[in-house]
Design a protein around this ligand. Structure first.
Ligand code: PLP
Length: 376
């Protein structure tokens, strides 16, 4: 099996699985008073500190959630509540993950106004676009760090500078699910107030994420009321096993981060060069992130390519996995012609990806092209 869909989810390294297995047997409730419970609590806090260290922030800023989607929802709702006296205008981009876009759509039904910034043909948005859209009543700017379909990196630090210069009261949130441990991603350097993370994009388990909340956001609105876990902001008994897996995955990636990123970037460059040498394959967008490459086999419907290669044990995506075969909103926003749009393929890489696997992908794509006629 050749797995080239690391932006959808990642394989679990053996040490992560082992850490989770151990945590599973250490079953005590972290809220319990006896030593076994206190030990569980200590471990949750040590693991929180691992995530905080990777973000170069204080542990108190890291709040565990059940996934990136939950973090995105919480960030938006919390920001609107925080700035409820400022207004009802939100700025985001047309190419965010559906966790952001669907939340914004629902908010429009409740009277919020949302500006969706359109990317250029390469998939990028600029801080100048944010500045032009900014209003007195803007309460939140939510812009992702790395786009999951194009790999474009968005200029969060520049956007933060614009908000500061314009003395805006809007909070700045970034969905860093695809950016964490792939590109520079520290809240202080990016100047963001809120940042969403998800473990399963970096070798951790599904079902665990985190929301960074800046220390100045005192009294941020709790997501879940109850027993007061997660510093009173997200009640519910901690997901100790998932937290163990998340922290171990972060530790593992951080051990060899520079080497892993260099390797992914080299694999991506190699893959790009090989695939573009096939007549009829064109690049899509100008994504700089080391793990995502978007191309189009023009005129060949991507769903057919994905099915054909899948049957040969090669896993790739026809755009975001969240869109299940439909032409994605990101592809639509790029304004590609119909034939190019229909053939968009997303390859995404991890530290485990090999050059030999790219050679096999190349042969399979060439074969697909030569054994079929274009449909469009
Ligand atoms: N944001 C981005 C950019 C993503 O790529 C994803 C997952 O594909 C999510 C959010 C959602 O994360 P989760 O699957 O943890 O809910």
């Amino acid at each position: 099996m050749i797995y080239l869909d690391h932006a959808a989810t990642t394989p679990i390294p053996a040490p992560v699985a082992e850490e989770m297995m151990t945590a599973l047997t250490q079953f005590a409730n972290p809220s319990a008073q006896y030593p076994m419970g206190q030990e569980a609590k200590k471990q949750v806090e040590e693991r929180r500190a691992v995530i905080a260290k990777a973000l170069r922030c204080a542990s108190e800023c890291v709040h565990f959630t059940s996934c990136g989607t939950e973090s995105d929802n919480w960030a938006i709702m919390g920001a609107l509540h925080h700035n409820r006296h400022v207004g009802k205008h939100i700025i985001t981009t047309a190419v965010e993950h559906s966790a952001i876009l669907e939340t914004c759509k629902a908010l429009q039904q409740q009277g919020y106004e949302v500006t969706y910034l359109k990317p250029d043909k390469t998939g990028h948005v600029t801080a100048a676009q944010v500045e032009a859209a900014l209003r007195e009543d803007t309460v939140l700017v939510s812009v992702m760090l790395v786009n999951n379909e194009t790999g474009c990196i968005f200029p969060l630090a520049d956007i933060a500078r614009v908000l500061k210069e314009r003395k805006s009261r809007a909070l700045l949130h970034t969905d860093a699910v695809q950016g964490f441990l792939k590109v520079p991603c520290t809240p202080a350097e990016l100047g963001v107030d809120l940042m969403s993370l998800s473990a399963h994009k970096i070798g951790g388990p599904k079902g665990i994420g985190a929301l960074y909340i800046a220390p100045h956001l005192k009294n941020f609105r709790p997501l879940l009321f109850g027993g007061g876990q997660e510093m009173g902001l997200r009640s519910g008994t901690e997901a100790t096993v998932q937290i163990a897996g998340f922290a171990k995955a972060v530790e593992l990636r951080c051990e060899n981060l520079e080497d892993a990123l260099r390797h992914m970037a080299e694999v991506k460059a190699y893959c790009r060069e090989k695939l573009l040498s096939i007549d009829g394959i064109v690049p899509v967008g100008g994504g700089e992130a080391p793990h995502v490459l978007s191309v189009s086999l023009v005129g060949y419907p991507s769903a057919n390519v994905v099915t054909d290669l899948g049957a040969q044990g090669i896993c790739l995506s026809a755009g975001s996995a969240c869109h299940r075969g439909k032409l994605s909103h990101v592809v639509q926003a790029l304004g590609l012609d119909k034939r190019t749009a229909s053939g968009v393929l997303r390859l995404s890489f991890g530290p485990e990806t090999t050059f030999d696997e790219i050679d096999t992908l190349y042969e399979a794509l060439l074969n697909h092209k030569n054994s079929r006629f274009p449909m469009l």
